[in-house]
Design a protein around this ligand. Sequence first.
Ligand code: G3P
Length: 216
Amino acid sequence: MKIFLDTANLDEIRTAARWGIVDGVTTNPSLIAKEGSSFKEIILEICSYIDGPISAETTKLDAEGMIEEGREFAQWHANIHVKIPATIEGIKAAKVLSSEGIKTNVTLVFSLNQVLLAAKAGATFISPFVGRLDDVGEDGATLISDAVQVIERYRFSSDILVASVRSPNMVARAALCGAHIATIPFKVLESMYQHPLTDAGLKKFLADWQSMPKNQ
Ligand code: G3P
């Protein structure tokens, strides 16, 4: 499973880039707005830190507007994937952009039907929001499992990119469901490394090592 970082914060991206396990980055208008600087500058700086898919989201609501934005974003850098909402207009735009060879990420996906329609449009990535489904009492993991099954059964070229990840457990469940990618907030990724038994075990190893006579 590929791991993407779900942030527009350049400090987080620079730090995680050094961990050697980040394959890409996803942003969205809310994450960009948090950083308060130029959208294009942020996206291009992210492209300089991570050599992998970088998602930049459209903000128009009509297909023509999204197509125009997508064509512009794609000119910025070869790694840019145009993020488009799973609306009728968005999936129309994804079909056109995909047919032009522009990479797309259909986002704000909450149902298997939306997955199917995005896959038929040739989306590169399809992003179900598992955390927001869980927030309303639905089971995000079931959607991931069903989506992977449909993609594989009909041999669609799209990858399922699990988004709206709120905990390490959600990442583990996404992996068990066969997700192709999970996009993970920095704090969640950081906590994936941590376990108290690892810390305790390492402390004991080193204490025992230090207790040996120095001539051994
Ligand atoms: O990539 C989508 C993600 O940023 C949304 O996460 O926690 O706002 O549902 P959240």
